[in-house]
Write a protein of this length. Structure first.
Length: 114
């Protein structure tokens, strides 16, 4: 898997008041062994948010927090598709076409976004 320049580690949502999911929140990374502290990836800013509801901000934060794991999973899918292509009979043209198509979609997505 190609190395990315993003903040390493698992990302998660942390609430300012750990016992209150209604408190402000931010997306953090695990502790970095080099600097010995986690990194704030994204913080909820304070204020009116111009009509941007809290539920939507929290849903966006969850998606951001999940992105490193989703990236890894897409690479795992590509590896699985490559193995499947090696094992599929050459005469199963329809299934081979479907697998190649999905492989191309994932590859194009990764190349254009990472």
């Amino acid at each position: 898997m190609e190395a990315l320049n993003h903040t390493p580690g698992d990302w998660y949502i942390q609430f300012m008041n750990r016992d209150d999911e209604e408190s402000d929140f931010w997306v953090k990374s695990d502790e970095n062994p080099v600097v010995h502290y986690g990194t704030d990836i994204m913080a909820e800013d304070y204020g009116e948010h111009n009509g941007y509801p809290r539920e939507q901000r929290l849903a966006d934060a969850k998606l951001i927090a999940a992105s490193p794991k989703m990236y890894e999973m897409l690479h795992d899918c590509l590896e699985t598709l490559n193995i499947l292509l090696l094992e599929l009979p050459k005469d199963d043209v329809i299934l081979r076409h479907e697998v190649e198509s999905r492989k191309k979609q994932i590859t194009n997505f990764l190349e254009s976004n990472f």
